[in-house]
Design a protein around this ligand. Sequence first.
Ligand code: MOS
Length: 693
Amino acid sequence: MTDQLTPNAIGRDVARADGPLKVLGAAPYAYDQPLTDPLYLCTVDATVVRGRVTAVDASAALAMDGVELVLTHENAPELSTEDGELRVLQSPEVHFRGQVVAAVVATTTEVAAAAAGAVVVTYDTEPFSVTAGSDPAALHAPEKVNAGYPTDTDDGDLDAAVAAAAFTVDEEYTTARTHNNPLEPHTTVATWTGGDLHVFEASQSVFGARRVLAGVFGLDPERVRVTCPYVGGGFGSKGSPHAGAVVTVMAARMLPGRSVKFALTRRQMFRLVGYRPRMTQRVRLAAAPDGTLTGVGVDVVQESARIKEYAEQTAVAARMMYAAPNRRTSHRLALLDIPVPTWMRAPGEAPGMFALETAIDELAARVGIDPIALRVRNEPDRDPATGKPFSSRHLVDCLHEGADRFGWYDRDPRPRSRRVNGWLVGYGVAASTYPAYRIPGNSAVVRYTADDRYRVEIGASDLGTGAWTALAQIAADALGVPQESIDLAIGDTRLPRASVAGGSSGTASWGTTIVEAARAFRGKFGQAPEPDDEVLADAPENTAAEDFALHGYGAQFAEVRVHEDTGEIRVPRLYGMFDAGRVINPRTARSQLVGGMTMGLSMALHEDSVMDTALGHTANPDLAEYHIAANADVHDVRADWLGIPDERLNPMGSKGIGEIGITGTAAAIANAAHHATGVRVRELPITLDRFLR
Ligand code: MOS
């Protein structure tokens, strides 16, 4: 147990601290920083998939008025990294279409763009492959998968369990390549002064960006400052710098004293900042006559880039969701000539829970029991993956409470049983889960300034999710003062060290650190401090992680309507009930959960990065043709929570909420579509042609 805070500011429906600034357009994002005579960078991107640059003719570009620099592999500074994504302009080799092969810096964006267009690059090309083939021998087993999980697991005897089972499922589920696409594109502004580097970077982690950039440029991290007070979303793609940041810092290094600015175009966002890779999962379930699971198997084949391995932890959720003595999982990669994938909201759980939770629905239909009852029947009493007890696990409560509030039991379980005005109507359910991470190594400062005001400093990042607000609420309760007394400072490596706004770990990691610092402050200075009294404190150890399995849970419900004649699919209702511990701020929490569910809807019905196999790139790299759920697609989306604090996790009793909303949503929609129509769709996105016969 941790020593819990007494909630006062915590739990209040407080409006965003940064709301007025954002509404007024006055919140300075990375690209908006006022600078003297900045220069603008524009990249030249490869027009071949694989091969090498044989010549770069920059003469026309260099002759243009306002062009300060053309950067190519021939004049680029040497970098000290082996990272295949970050080794920008280190060789003439081309590894994917759209790779940065040159960059122009000029006095205006218009001149930079025109000059970049005037750089003539010639190539030798080689044959390429951009889609996973069917040859298992061509697949590669990564050493580990993302977040450090083992690649494969094998407990008991899955094959024997399947052979002996009364009911089985053995199906393949495919999820599309999807792109993060935050509203704010990735941007970098870099200035070198002497040997010191200052970067404004659209980032989920100023300290992570500093570590990466210091490494790439062979610098002492102390000589690198990264600043980012506001972020316009990221979903994981801003978790670590990409090639655009490196080339901008490189260009600025060649123009000492000048600030170089770079903002990616939306089209570049489809190839230079990572994305969720396409994958196929074979799911095998084995069950006794009453639906008790005896075996769970998931084998993942995922696309990845030849130049940098990224292995999503797709099967990890299946290792811990349900009690089954025989469990086997594996992850394999097809290494291709494609851009480097990365984290995208709930990497692993989002695609993994689509496959697992659709398969569970298929099993329920085969056994002939309610899908909620099937899940409850297979609820484990300890974590099947580690054998540890759960710190808390209220999945069954989420399913029951959510079912009541959604009106689940109104449904006739038979598919195609309800028609309204030519629309087939169905209900679907799926479970959600996401780990409750807390990242170590954070520090925070609490300082009494004067007049009952406290300054709280931590180099955290607000992705747009509400950290400016939630951390002030936590600080207020930790110090026992009103929230109005807190002056929060985040988003700069000049502040105490903080971990990434990622893995749904931010509030837990930073909040715990702030509480520690506040308690140390009160311990040292009591209730009547003097101006400038301050403490710097490090986060306490996360001892709960050694003894317990730490996760959040949820139950997702969907109502789907499919038009009998046209196959058109609509989602009039999504309802999620979550086990998210104590909620710090209901307003920002609801926004994250509803946002995650909406992104799950988008994953289920819309988002599909179509690979043009002849040209070797995404054929629809813009927001006109890559459709993301928009207002007309989103109807009644609601999120609620049980509100049961988990006192083992942190002093707030909170669980992360950034990612759990997207997990399970696509399965709930696919399951509802099946209930509506009798058609089982195992490949995302679910498009209307699936329902036409
Ligand atoms: Mo999230 S994919 O951990 O930013």
